[in-house]
Ligand binder design. Sequence first.
Ligand code: SAM
Length: 242
Amino acid sequence: MRFDVLTIFPEIFRSYLRCGVLGKAIEKGIIKVSMVNIRDFSSGRHKNTDDRPYGGGEGMVMKPEPIYNALDSIDREQNSLVVLLSPQGEKFNQEMAWDLSKYDQLILICGRYEGVDERVRILCAEKEISIGDYVLTGGELAALVVIDAVSRLVPGVLGSEFSNLEESFSDGLLEYPQYTRPRVFKGLEVPEILLSGNHEEIKKWRRREAIKRTFERRPDLLEKAQLTKEELSFIEEMKKKE
Ligand code: SAM
């Protein structure tokens, strides 16, 4: 899978993309991330990428031509999508990450300043994504969030020791609590069941803990989760105890 990022700060991406699972996936060629510096496509003498807003007001707005021309310079795969990172976009979540992982190429446009000229949104963006209800200084962190979450769903990126099948949100639930050595830490013991070697019972315990945790922290997720009759009555019991 290929990501092309349009940004005025390509250097932001380099160190993050060198590390960990993503770094390895890029080394192996499973994932390719290219940065396109929007500034290289500015025609002005000073290579300006921003200008004052029409109608007055605070701050600067990113000009449309450099972004449009930067986008035009990219080789488009047939199965590609142009995404504008924006606090006004559709909120990013795991389901969207799965949908995006089906593309061969994602082109991510990072805004700065007061955002991008509206004509970029109209002419270039095929989708607008927000990573949450807060305002960042630029789209670069948001682009990294999308690249990271989508890449780990691409086959071959996570090694066999990892799996996203049991992770939070994969089945509509938050993940169960995880433990590693030591067996006792600061007086807190690892639950006995996890030491039992009884895989069937461990699986049941984990499922129950995942439901409990989701009920306590994100009850909204339970509405969409696939639950058995038994699990639904477990939730009813928890509700009664509240
Ligand atoms: N004035 C804009 C508004 O109120 O909608 C906010 C501009 S913000 C300071 C600058 C850039 O950061 C945006 O163009 C966008 O690319 C990025 N950005 C900020 N918050 C974001 C968020 N929650 N999700 C995705 N991108 C965001």
